[in-house]
Ligand binder design. Structure first.
Ligand SMILES: Cc1cc2nc3c(=O)[nH]c(=O)nc-3n(C[C@H](O)[C@H](O)[C@H](O)COP(=O)(O)O)c2cc1C
Ligand code: SF4
Ligand code: SF4
Length: 278
């Protein structure tokens, strides 16, 4: 049964739906029709572009097609410096992040682009202090073991790995001293996982995380991607047993979230870009 309907009485024949979705919308005998709707990715472009509200889609809730807000336009200059002012946060105030704030971060992640609009990511939010500590300790132990293994006499390790050895060792030494060098005592973690075999999963998860981090920044929160945890969880799934990640899924990214204890006073430099122009 057709899921997309076009109200011929409302349709202005402007042709915009044909342009945004030329594989499903067609003009035949002076009317807009749809074909092969099974290939619809539910991206919503057709409803969002139609100037006459002539299109409805059984699988897309009309109530969520909100009008554009005039205040949603950010000046290029403001956005540029907002993006430049994001810093990874490794010093958090102990205060909890309110539930509704974390919900807002998850909410905005859904609006990141995804391959074929698959939206195939899932989120885990951890506020349980004990669980965060457990995951931190296991990650630190993982790196302690890795450090020992890679320090075996006669073992040649490549320079890029050698450069990480100090960090591996410190993770474990901090843990031995009762300190958390993994999550830095953050009050919350957000983990994003998705089907391991899907070619878009990595990019989908990373883009969703970028949305989370920037929304968090706008809300006065600090975040930091925790590669140590992502690496350890991938190599030793027993480390994350409580999280019950589906067998065919993989954790692609994880960040800490909390209120920053320190305020950066300056922007920071970056390397000149290596670009090739054609
Ligand atoms: C990893 C990834 C790959 C994508 N590849 C393509 C592509 O090859 N061609 C294309 O037209 N859109 C591509 N997209 C865009 C998605 O189709 C789009 O994000 C999705 O349909 C949702 O629409 P929106 O970005 O307008 O919200 C890609 C998006 C992602 C994240
Ligand atoms: S929701 Fe997207 S893919 Fe589906 S018909 Fe509309 S524009 Fe085409
Ligand atoms: S975008 Fe809307 S008004 Fe324009 S042709 Fe398509 S259905 Fe008709």
């Amino acid at each position: 049964m057709a899921k997309i309907t076009i109200d011929v009485h409302k349709c202005l024949l402007c042709g915009d739906c044909l342009k945004v979705c030329p594989t499903i919308f067609f003009l035949e005998e002076g009317q807009i029709i749809t074909k092969e709707e099974e290939h619809c990715t539910l991206c919503g472009h057709c409803l969002a572009i139609c100037p006459a509200e002539a299109i409805t889609h059984a699988d897309l809730p009309e109530g969520e097609f909100l009008p554009l807000r005039p205040d949603s336009q950010i000046s290029p200059e403001a956005l540029y410096f907002f993006l430049r002012s994001r810093r990874s946060c490794r010093n958090f105030r102990p205060q909890k992040v309110p539930q509704e704030v974390l919900e807002k971060l998850i909410d905005i992640a859904r609006y990141a682009p995804t391959g074929h609009n698959s939206q195939n990511f899932e989120f885990i939010v951890i506020q349980d202090k004990e669980l965060i500590q457990k995951l931190a300790e296991r990650t630190a132990i993982f790196f302690g073991n890795l450090y020992k293994m890679l320090s075996a006499p006669g073992l040649a390790i490549p320079p890029w790995l050698a450069a990480h050895m100090r960090g591996f060792r410190l993770n474990y030494e901090y843990y031995q001293q009762g300190k958390d060098r993994i999550f830095r005592n953050a009050p919350a973690l957000i983990i994003i996982h998705a089907p391991a075999a899907n070619v878009s999963s990595a990019q989908n998860c990373h883009l969703a995380m970028a949305h989370i981090m920037l929304q968090a920044q706008a809300m006065g929160l600090g975040t930091c991607i925790i590669g140590y945890f992502i690496t350890a969880a991938e190599r030793d799934p027993s480390l994350i047993k409580e999280l019950e990640i589906p067998k065919d899924h993989k954790i692609f990214t994880c960040c800490t979230v909390g209120y920053p204890a320190l305020v950066f006073k300056k922007l920071v430099p970056r390397n000149p870009p290596k670009v090739r122009w054609f």
